[in-house]
Each structure stands twice: as C-alpha cells, then as structure tokens.
Ligand binder design. Structure first.
Ligand SMILES: [Zn+2]
Length: 125
C-alpha cells in the first residue's frame, strides 16, 4: 500500500496550485518504489475553469501512475462526487490541495474517496 509522499512533490504541487488560482490545477502522481515522488504534467491540464480532472481522462495507461492531484480554489479539500468517480478509475492515492495552498491545506484519499494518511518524506534521489 502506498503511504508515503515526497515533501518536494507536495511543495511543487502547492506552488502550482497557487499559481493556477482561481482555476484548478491538475496532474498525475507517479511512484518510485513505495514513495510518490513525481508530478506528471500533461499538456492542457495545467489549469481550466472547469474540472482539471476531466482532461486527465484522456490518458495512456501507465503502471507507474499512482493516482492524481488537483486543487480546489475553495478552502475545502474534500472530494466532490465527480472527484470520487474519477478516483475510482485511476490509481490508489488522490490528493486535493485547497486554498490557501499550504502544507496544512491538502488531504489525501483512496480510490473510494475515504481519507488516507500519508507520511511526508524527504526526496530520496
Ligand atoms: Zn475536486
């Protein structure tokens, strides 16, 4: 079970989410062993007024994709019904970064939208 995430990935995602405000930021999460440590950016998914997740549907299958990350321009890091439906399709860890975009304003969820505790670790490479 994937339970660890690299701190620098989170910091990068938080910064990208802040830069995208008031639009959503969306990216995929990639794993290296049991640590989620890479953001996979896709053209056209950087920001949008609609759900950033929608464009992530058009993806090639990639076994290193561990899940997704997207931002909420609101102070509520909780998955919507559409988010949970998306979570169920891809990967096992899904992170939502909410406004005001800091290390305390994100939450992780499993594919059913249930809260997941992630350990934040130093990047190993
Ligand atoms: Zn959402």
């Amino acid at each position: 079970m994937l339970r660890r995430v690299a701190r620098d990935l989170l910091e990068m995602a938080i910064e990208a989410s802040r830069d995208s405000h008031p639009n959503e930021f969306g990216a995929l999460l990639r794993r290296n062993g049991d640590v989620i440590d890479e953001l996979l950016l896709l053209p056209g998914t950087i920001s949008g007024t609609d759900s950033a997740l929608f464009r992530l549907h058009m993806l090639p299958i990639d076994p290193t994709v561990a899940g997704s990350l997207h931002s909420h321009p609101s102070p509520h890091p909780y998955p919507s019904d559409a988010d949970i439906e998306f979570f169920g399709r891809l990967g096992e860890v899904h992170i939502i970064v909410a406004s005001p975009y800091n290390m305390r304003s994100w939450r992780a969820y499993d594919r059913r939208g249930e809260p997941l505790e992630l350990e934040v670790v130093r990047h190993r490479r």
